[in-house]
Design a protein around this ligand. Structure first.
Ligand code: G4P
Length: 527
């Protein structure tokens, strides 16, 4: 198959949701359709955990939340699908934001009973900022929940997404009869007693919703459904692929991931309409996936993926050209070439060494410490992919070494965890004190736990009075020096050596901004 064909058949996307809405269950059912796994429950079992899912870390097993982000690829009806798994927990939002830079579209899972939840709002905001096409899956229809119209209103109102339902539920909870798939004009009947529901053959094709088959299958519910459906057609915009691809209109599907109901409808429509790999911005130009030279960027680093081997993997999204094993590629920040002899792909059932990869694919590169999030690889061109955000942290603690005999291990561990983007390290210039900044409290526990279990180092966190840490810059080097001299106790460097201002209070930050109008304060740093 030619390169262009390979690009067009790829769908690289992320599933996002508030925790517990059903993201893991939906992922698993999608993998079942792709033949990537054979039994339900495998995503949470060791089988896949050993390969590429995010459930392998012990801390995560203890807490039942997805800490890491990983990739699962599978083939479905001539399409190569790459799912980017994202942690739902709010303390790991930064990881999710970075993963979204590698996604060409997203599916948002919403719990029918809970509706739009807080974490969904934040994540969708980022997708909208980046104009990523969004599809919604309203899950758990086998349980009682909110009225479908009310849910769609909520999505439009809280998430500012224009929606158009491409399927419509018939009943809900114990009265759940099935869904009408508007996209493919067919009826799927929900059968609680069967586990092989929503098989392709089980759908009933309908000419129109006036078809008497509806009355046979749905009995009295048919009338209510027809009334609702007419209303739906009047109230919501007709689906337009163009508007969806621009991020202006979001299709909505209803179903029950646990019962594998409505999932095939979602997947079939998704493969049909979702975008293939899209152009990505660099500091010099946008790179089109069809450009023949290889380019790619690192959006995630994961250390110690296998606790038995000290390994570190950089996740590279191929943006253009073709990635080939054992070929030399140029690392634009280090200005050095590297050859990769054992790049891996992440097919859900196993992690395997690959010979080549196409735009949209994620390649895992074993790394000995050369890569950082945001790094660019090319065939020699000087360019850097942009838009991978590093947010100014809001929670801070001093990092203290609790076992001086393990100082080396602590320093190594902390630097590796920072490269992974778990948190940010600021070293205060005045006294060399190390401050860890995070977006959530859980990260402190993750750092402590991982330092101990992966690096045999012990640390202690102590409170520090800090309001914000923001990156600073000024075109006039003398003015920047003057600012740093006058605020010397509040100046630090991040682990890439960038200047940072540590503001003790909101007031001190405001005062610094007013007193030094030429200094720029950044609350987001691009990696
Ligand atoms: P998450 O990744 O978004 O956090 O959610 P996850 O898939 O883990 O699902 C959260 C809970 O919701 C799980 O139950 C799961 O079985 C249930 N669930 C998912 N989809 C459906 C559905 O369509 N209908 C119903 N009724 N439940 C659904 P749990 O008891 O927390 O976990 P488990 O013991 O089943 O693994």
């Amino acid at each position: 198959m030619g390169r262009i064909k390979e690009i067009r058949r790829r769908r690289t996307f992320a599933i996002i949701s508030h925790p517990d809405a059903g993201k893991t269950t939906l992922t698993e059912k999608l993998l079942l359709f792709g033949g990537a796994i054979r039994v339900a429950g495998a995503v949470k079992s060791n089988k896949i955990r050993n390969a590429a899912t995010s459930d392998f870390m012990e801390i995560e097993r203890q807490r039942g939340i997805s800490v890491a982000t990983s990739v699962m690829g599978f083939e479905y009806k001539d399409h190569k699908i790459n799912i980017l798994d994202t942690p739902g927990h709010k303390d790991f939002a930064e990881d999710t934001f970075r993963t979204l830079t590698a996604a060409d579209s997203v599916i948002v899972v919403i719990d029918v009973a809970k509706g739009v939840e807080q974490q969904t709002e934040k994540l969708v905001e980022v997708c909208k900022m980046r104009k990523i096409p969004i599809m919604f899956f309203i899950n758990k229809l086998d349980r009682p929940g909110k009225d479908a119209f009310e849910l769609l209103d909520e999505i439009e109102f809280k998430l500012h997404c224009k929606v158009t339902p491409l399927s419509w539920p018939i009943g809900m909870g114990i009265d759940f009869k099935g869904v009408y798939n508007k996209y493919d004009k067919k009826l799927d009947i929900f059968d609680r007693s069967s586990l092989v529901v929503n098989d392709e053959g089980a759908s009933i094709l309908l000419d129109s919703i006036d078809d008497p088959v509806l009355d046979d299958k749905l009995g009295e519910s048919a009338h209510k459904f027809r009334e609702e459906f007419k209303l739906v057609s009047g109230v919501f915009k007709e689906f337009s692929k163009k508007e969806y691809l621009h991020g202006d209109l979001s299709p909505v599907f209803f179903g029950s991931a646990l019962n594998n109901f409505g999932v095939r409808d979602l997947l079939d429509c998704f493969t049909d309409i979702a975008p293939h790999p899209q152009p990505v911005a660099t500091d010099t130009r946008d790179i089109n996936p069809e450009y023949e030279k290889f380019t790619g960027f690192v959006f995630k680093i994961h250390a110690n993926i296998d606790p038995n081997h000290r390994s570190r993997i950089a996740f590279v999204k191929v943006v253009s050209g073709m990635f080939e094993r054992n070929k030399y590629y140029y690392h634009t920040k280090l200005k050095r070439t590297f050859k990769f002899s054992s790049p891996t792909s992440f097919m859900a059932s196993k992690k395997e060494i690959i010979e080549d990869a196409y735009p949209g694919d994620i390649v895992g590169i074993p790394d000995t410490g050369n890569f950082r999030i945001g790094d660019t690889l090319t065939e020699g061109e000087e360019l850097n992919f942009i838009g991978i955000p590093n947010f100014a942290p809001e929670l801070f603690q001093y990092l203290e070494n609790a076992d001086p005999l393990k100082t080396k291990q602590l320093n190594k561990g902390i630097l590796q965890l920072m490269d992974e983007g778990v948190a940010q390290l600021f070293t205060r210039t005045a006294d060399g004190k190390k401050i860890i900044g995070t977006v959530g409290n859980l990260q402190f526990e993750v750092i402590k736990f991982r330092l101990e279990h992966e690096y045999s180092a012990l640390c202690r966190f102590e409170p520090v009075d800090l309001h914000r840490a923001c990156w600073i810059g000024c075109e006039d080097k003398n003015k920047l020096k003057d600012f740093k001299d006058k605020n010397s106790y509040f100046i630090a460097v991040d682990n890439k050596g960038k200047d940072v201002f540590l503001a003790e209070t909101a007031w001190s930050l405001q005062r610094a901004q007013e007193k030094f109008p030429d200094i720029k304060f950044y609350f987001k740093s691009e990696i």
